[in-house]
Every structure is written in C-alpha cells, then in structure tokens.
Design a protein around this ligand. Sequence first.
Ligand code: PGA
Ligand code: ZN
Length: 428
Amino acid sequence: MSAIRSLTAQEILDSRGRPTIEVGCTLESGATASVSVPSGASTGSAEALELRDGDPRRYRGLGCRAAVRNVVGPIAAAIAGVEFDAQRELDATLTALDGTSNKSNLGANAMLGVSLAFARAVAVERDLPLYRHFAGLLEPGMELRALPRPTINLFSGGKHAGGQVEIQDILLVANGASTVDEALAWTWAVYQTAADLIQERYGERALSADEGGLAPSVQSIEALFELAVDAITDSGFRPGTDLSLCLDVAASHFVSGEGYRIGSDLLFPADLVERIGGWVEQYPIVSVEDGLAEDDWANWPSLFARISNRAIVLGDDLLTTNPARIQRAIETGSANALLLKVNQIGTLSEAAEAARLARSAGWAIVVSARSGETEDNWLSDLAVGWQGEALKVGSITRSERLAKWNRLLAIERETGLPVTPWPNSTRS
Ligand code: PGA
Ligand code: ZN
C-alpha cells in the first residue's frame, strides 16, 4: 500500500527541442522518483491526446504548461494522501478524473507522467529494480527469462527525415547475436559501414534523422535495402543469419486518396501488399510494421497472409497500444505483433492490459520509444519487465537513444539473462 505525499511537474525539452514534461512523485514513506515523458511525430490518429498549450507565440503552440498545471493542480488534489493498493487503482483514479475516452481533459502526457512516476517511486520504496517492479505489474510473480533484442534504426525516411523515401525506418536486428552486448557491437559495425558506403557510392556524408538513423539523399527504397545488405556483408556478417532487417513502413503517412503514393507511383492497397511481399522475399526482412494505413482494416488480412511466413506483422498506428483495436486485429487476423508505446494509451495499467491481450493471442511484443525522447531510461526496464521480444529505440547514436541501450546493458550485466530468440528465428 502506497500513498502519494506530493507531485511536482515541470516543462523540459525533448530530443527535438520540443517541450514535454517531467513529473516527480514523493510517497508518504519518503520514497521519491521522477520520470520524463516522450513524444511522437509520426502519430496514429487513435492515440490518446497529448496536451499542448496551443499558444503560437511560445514553442509554436507546443508548450506543455497546461499539462504541468494539470499534474500539480487537479491530479495532485485528487490523489494526494490517498492509499493505493496497486498501480491499477491509481490509474483508474486518473482515468475517472479525466473522464474522456482519449484523455483530452487532463492530457495523456500529464497522466502518463503521474502513472510512471508513481511506479518508479513504489519500486524505490520496495527497493526493487524498476524492471522487477514492472514485471510484477504485468503479472504478479512473473519470472524474467530473457532480455529483449535491440532493433536499431539504420536508415530513416518519412516523417522522421526529409521525406527522401516514404518508408520511415529500415532497422537492423542482430538476430544471430546471443547477448545484448554482442547485438549492439554488431549493429554499430554495420551502421558505420553503411555510412562509409554512402560516402563511397554517393559522395555524401549522410546526415542523421530524428532518431539518429542515416538519412542519405537516396530516393529509392530498393537502393537502401541493397545498401543495408551490403553493409551487413562488408562488415563480415551473414545477412539473414547474423543480422536481418525490420521495416517501419508507417504507411498511414503516405496515403493518397484511395491508395498510397510511393515516389511517382500511386499504388492501390493490393499493389502495396504485393510490393512489400516482393521486398520480404528479396531481402532478409523479418519484421514489417504498419505496412498499411491505420484505418485500412480491409486489407491488413491480405498483408498478413502475404508476409507472415517470413516476417512478423507489427501494428503501431494500427493498434496504438489500445486494447479495443488489438482485439479487432486479433479477430480479423490482421497482425501478430504489438508495437507497445505507453504514451499512445496514457497509463501503465492500460498499456499492461494491451500487452496481456497481445500475449493471450500468442503475439510478439516490441516495446518502443518515441521519435521525441529524453535522457530518461525507464523504457528499457519496461521492455525487460514486460518481456518484450524486441526493444525499438531508434539508432545507436544520440544520447537519448544511448540512455536506453546503456540501461539495457546494465540490466544484462546485473541479471545475466540471455537475449530472447527472434520470433522468426527458423528462417535463415
Ligand atoms: P513516432 O514514431 O514516435 O514519431 O510517433 C515512431 C514509430 O512510428 O514507430
Ligand atoms: Zn511506427
């Protein structure tokens, strides 16, 4: 049983320099903790609302002072001094206080900050590593068997870069590595080789995008796949065996009328499914995220049928960590993996419900950062505690990304756990 003595909140700046919030929570026992809340750019329309001030004279309307006021005002007034037996009681109190279906009253950023800060303070109070506390929130007594496998952004496009290619991320996964340490070292080598190849082939020092992925001015998606495969080979690894590719197509963001626009091509959904199917056959691709748009429910089952023998079919904008949308995807056979971002839904308990539902259908879980991140590292504890198959954090550059990889390395040293096998590891 834990009671909150006080809450603090302040506006801070994220990795893009945009405002977000940091929330502090002190319990009656004196245990205290703070967390910072990330923020997306390639957001799904079904996400819970991130409250912004809307004042165009300050941070172009992106200020978070209203969210700060909601934490120290109505939220603190409603929960200070109340004994909470469990995280879900606190989260239920927050959602009832908000009273809307998309958290638009208090703001999902304000609510998640409180939800997470409470969890971290309770972990401090119980003297538990945060990942153990998170595990207990998902399932009391849950055993930790393995660590999530890093998926790391190599090339960026779409909304995270200059739009050279429509696809948002081409990621590396070291599916043959047996430790996190090895996975990071291998991936780093390939990332550096890819940067060298871009210099050689295009005479260009590739700039990096919002999540630290390389963003060369190459406009062909297939040329990027070739570069990725060559970078794996030139680094001394076997594509598909040691390292493979994951895609975040983020197709919601290049919808055009009834179809999708890739370069000068206007593709009907069936054409896009076929194009992705071809990529998955031709290149060592083991995961495809948001291959179709978030509301293209009619065509997700055919995407699933086309690629699921080779790649996991991962929903981000499609699912927005929302149990109702996950249920629909299970019933319609649209996906078999959940991209889990807690700020899409706004409280830890609702995200846990999403994770349990995905697990009950036998899905994989990829725990994900946002493109706007902070120096905080709670995400790595969450990915371990909830036993995600993968952790998606962006690239292997930039401190807001490295904070998570470094925390995962620390957990690896502390626990000695193996890294979990890739869900499609039978493929080579
Ligand atoms: P976001 O996107 O954090 O910018 O919304 C990340 C993703 O699409 O996975
Ligand atoms: Zn995505």
